[in-house]
Design a protein around this ligand. Structure first.
Ligand code: GUN
Ligand code: FE
Length: 431
């Protein structure tokens, strides 16, 4: 028998990027709205009076009147194995990896540790209203199994795949071409397309893979249509110099990945700070996507992402926490830092575009916008209920706000996990 539930509250979702000019045709909002969810999928949405009129006596209504219901947040780049690395002092990227990150990732050789942290991580995402993420585990196959097992239990739509690195890292984290290929094949077979899970080929970044490994990844990418490719790109100045020394034949950092066939519509590159026009043109031509990681870029001193340059060209961009380089699991806090990063170079992130970026923009970035990211009828009903009055400061600012836009902006600047009143996964209350 099918199961129907209704959520009532103020409803907002996006149909496309509202842009720098905040085009009102890009969103729909009902102040007293409702969502009808049948078997985990959106069946109807609109004014409460209209949607609720089809209600049968047995159907449950979750009343969130006075709160805001938006599609679940999509974190397009985050490391579950860095739960214990967040807030580590005083290093830029390469030292940060060596001093904090690699030692922490070593522990994921132990499947029990991996399982424990995966559970903790997913619960943390739910508390922050994040319902989908593209996730990095470690080089260990068991870290991937542990993650997908936990994600399957909570029915969250998740993308993940074994980190690949066969050089320039400690022995205890190093794989090799043949072993890594075997692991990837097994993991794809076991997990890709299982329920809501998807597999991503995940070279850590160019410096930690040999050309032979990158070539192997390129072959797997061609052989397995539907899998993702995720990696880091052009984050830090010293990293870029190192890539130049390791791959002297490449025109740019992006060109290293390009030469091995790693660009494409299912490729997601994190950071993308230090790019030139030729790189951006390659993003356009290859339909590759970018993850904007503002808290990480500030915290490890990497630089300032250029959103307008990417969006003006039509490049898909998602928002990302990049924990443990990033400093918050909250996509609201991440939006607040995104706003500040863009302000440094004269770009303004309006609240509409901000909420688009954290929801449908992320879904587009991960090529999941046919399934999640908005309340379009038929999509999977992942959603988050946000409380305008979660803290005294936010409550006060909301009270004096004159428009919905002002309230949304206050929420994105002042909100965090305290503003998350409930999170739903396919219409089931998860928190
Ligand atoms: N570049 C290579 N590995 C990493 C990582 O774990 N975090 C970040 N932020 N950048 C990286
Ligand atoms: Fe990262």
């Amino acid at each position: 028998m099918s199961k129907t539930i209704y959520l009532r509250g103020s409803i907002l979702h996006f149909l496309r990027d509202p842009g720098a000019e905040a085009d009102p045709a890009a969103w729909e909002h009902w102040d007293d709205g409702a969502l009808k969810i049948v078997d985990g999928h959106v069946a109807a949405m609109g004014p409460a009076a209209q949607v609720l009129s089809s209600r049968a006596a047995a159907d449950v209504v979750h009343d969130h009147s006075g709160k805001l219901i938006v599609p679940g947040f999509v974190d397009t780049h985050v490391h579950y194995a860095q739960v214990d690395v967040i807030a580590s002092y005083g290093r830029q990227l390469l030292d940060w990896l060596n001093d904090y990150t690699f030692p922490a990732e070593r522990a994921f050789a132990d499947p029990e540790h991996a399982q424990q942290i995966a559970g903790l991580f997913l619960e943390t995402l739910l508390r922050h209203g994040t319902t989908t993420a593209a996730v990095y585990p470690t080089v260990h196959k068991q870290s991937v199994n542990a993650f997908f097992e936990q994600a399957q239990q909570c029915n969250m739509r998740m993308v993940c795949g074994k980190i690949l690195m066969d050089r320039n890292c400690p022995d205890y984290l190093r794989d090799d071409v043949a072993g890594a290929e075997q692991d990837c094949r097994e993991l794809i077979q076991r997990w890709h397309g299982k329920g809501r899970l998807g597999y991503a080929l995940t070279p850590r970044f160019a410096p930690t893979s040999t050309p032979q490994q990158l070539a192997m990844i390129g072959r797997l990418y061609v052989e397995n249509p539907g899998v993702w490719m995720q990696t880091h790109l052009a984050e830090n100045v010293d990293e870029i110099k190192w890539v130049k020394a390791l791959f002297p034949e490449a025109r740019s950092y992006l060109d290293v990945y390009d030469r091995f066939g790693l660009l494409g519509p299912r490729s997601v590159f994190a950071h993308c700070i230090h790019l030139d026009e030729i790189d951006r043109a390659r993003f356009v031509a290859s339909e590759s996507a970018m993850s904007f990681c503002p808290t990480s870029n500030l915290f490890i001193g990497s630089g300032f992402f250029d959103l307008d340059a990417a969006r003006t060209l039509g490049v898909r961009v998602g928002l990302a926490t990049d924990v443990g380089g990033g400093t918050s699991y909250s996509m609201l806090q991440t939006l607040a830092e995104a706003y500040k990063v863009l302000m440094t170079h004269g770009q303004r992130l309006n609240a509409w575009r901000g909420f688009w970026l954290a929801t449908l923009g992320g879904a587009e970035c991960l090529s999941l916008d046919d399934k999640i990211g908005s309340f379009q009828v038929g999509k999977e009903a992942d959603c988050v209920v946000l409380d305008w009055a979660a803290t005294p400061v936010l409550a006060r600012r909301t009270e004096v706000a004159r428009t919905l836009e002002e309230r949304l902006f206050a929420l994105m600047m002042l909100g965090d996990d305290r503003a998350v009143a409930a999170t739903y996964i396919e219409g089931q209350r998860a928190l």
